[in-house]
Write a protein of this length. Structure first.
Length: 441
């Protein structure tokens, strides 16, 4: 247990993330949904009207920093408490101090980092003091408080969900670190926009990781005779152990690599396809983006030639969602290989494109009356549904009823190929079309 020490570390040799910890809401980056002008949490902090609350979010998004800002803003006594190093004995000691302070009219705000690490008995020790107002509790957790915080304690706290920082948030933070005296403002550091964006991508929404990576890159930069520091791409690669660090998810390389993956699978080349897939992952691409492209490919380039391809692609997406990186790379490789080796047909894609063309360039054709629904008497009188032929009433489950609009009656959109399982579909469809034209009995 310590009072304010976590938020008063201004030593020159402290980590960059500690030196740059914001002291006010004006310096805070991210969480606009909570701290934007007029938002509830911002108003509570500015008015010093906070109540017991829990900050829930991934690492490095500002949970402890918000507690630090509250510590500087509140007129209450502020105590920092760690769930890692404190037990029941320490809790009771602090609660006794808080109760004495309450009797003298002094509020006590207690910040509990990693509150999910407290067991039920430890959390229960807080409850009576929260109930009678001896303390205002601020808990921080990376775990879902619905499962990790006692229901009785949780019901007395307002939960604020903090989101992972965006790449734009992190780039702004990195540029700030290069300018201010607490960061590298007293030095001349040369970094490209692409390098800063790459660090932001690798950090994956974590400000602490982004600042630690920046600090490492600057410390390993090339120092010129005049003292200027240049961060090189080679130095960046060593800091993050990623050769593809400078892959730009929003630039030409992004589209070039996804194109290379798509065309390698289309050309039934699993070696090239896995290579391009891995290049994207190593560059920081979201695996779910790749998985979505595989789902599209399964219908666009494989289609009815192997309908199992769509199932494999969807399963790969789910596996990526469940496993995340780095474990999901083999799930993607599984799907990429399957799609590469599957028989290919773009008949579904061509059918979609032809129908879109007719819809966009032609007039809006009415639905043929026989296949219209007639839920009201008026619609029956207008002959909605008249002449409808229920396929299941016929021995071969087929009728010669026309389902396309009259103006498009002779159009053929789906033209199955002879690849894989689509050969069977082609034979079946040709037989149906001949029968409807009266060419067979």
């Amino acid at each position: 247990m310590e009072q304010m020490s976590l938020f008063d570390d201004r030593k020159v040799n402290a980590p960059l993330a500690s030196r740059l910890r914001p002291k006010s809401l004006a310096d805070f980056v991210g969480q606009e949904h909570l701290l934007g002008q007029g938002k509830m949490l911002r108003q509570l902090i500015e008015r010093d009207q906070i109540s017991s609350m829990i900050f829930w979010g991934p690492p490095g998004v500002g949970k402890t920093t918000l507690a630090s800002i509250i510590a500087g803003q509140t007129k209450a006594e502020f105590i920092n408490f760690s769930a890692v190093t404190s037990g029941i004995k320490e809790i009771k000691e602090v609660m006794a101090q808080a109760e004495n302070a309450r009797r003298m009219g002094i509020r006590t705000v207690m910040f509990v980092d990693e509150i999910h690490r407290f067991n039920k008995a430890q959390q229960d020790a807080f409850l009576p003091f929260v109930e009678k107002g001896s303390i205002l509790l601020i808990g921080a957790t990376t775990e879902n408080p619905s499962f990790e915080v006692n229901a009785a304690l949780l019901s007395r706290c307002k939960v604020f969900v903090l989101k992972a920082l965006t790449e734009q948030n992190l780039v702004r933070l990195l540029k700030h670190a290069l300018k201010v005296p607490e960061g590298f403002g007293s030095q001349r550091v040369h970094m490209t926009e692409q390098q800063l964006a790459a660090i932001a991508r690798v950090a994956n929404g974590d400000a602490r990781t982004a600042l630690n990576t920046l600090e490492m890159a600057v410390l390993n930069g090339e120092i010129a005779p005049d003292g200027a520091i240049t961060v090189t791409n080679e130095g960046m690669e060593q800091c993050v152990s990623r050769k593809s660090l400078l892959y730009d998810k929003n630039g030409d390389e992004h589209y070039n690599l996804i194109s290379a993956l798509h065309k390698s699978m289309r050309n039934s080349d699993p070696d090239a396809a896995i290579y391009w897939m891995q290049r994207m992952l190593e560059g920081g691409e979201n695996p779910l983006y790749i998985a979505r492209r595989l789902i599209r490919f399964a219908s666009e380039d494989v289609g009815m030639a192997d309908s199992g391809a769509l199932q494999v692609a969807v399963a790969a997406y789910q596996a990526c969602h469940f496993n995340g990186m780095p474990e999901c790379d083999v799930n993607l490789a599984h799907a990429v290989t399957y799609l590469s080796m599957a028989p290919k047909s773009n008949a579904l894609y061509l059918a979609c494109e032809e129908t879109k063309k007719d819809i966009r360039t032609g007039r809006t054709e009415p639905v043929p009356l026989p296949i219209c629904n007639a839920p009201t008497r008026l619609m029956e009188e207008l002959e909605y549904g008249k002449g409808y032929e229920y396929a299941h009433d016929y021995e071969n489950k087929l009728t010669k009823m026309q389902c396309l609009p009259e103006a498009l009656a002779d159009r053929t959109y789906y033209r199955p190929t002879t690849q894989g399982k689509e050969r069977e579909v082609k034979e079946r469809l040709e037989e149906i079309r001949r029968w409807k034209k009266g060419e067979t009995e």
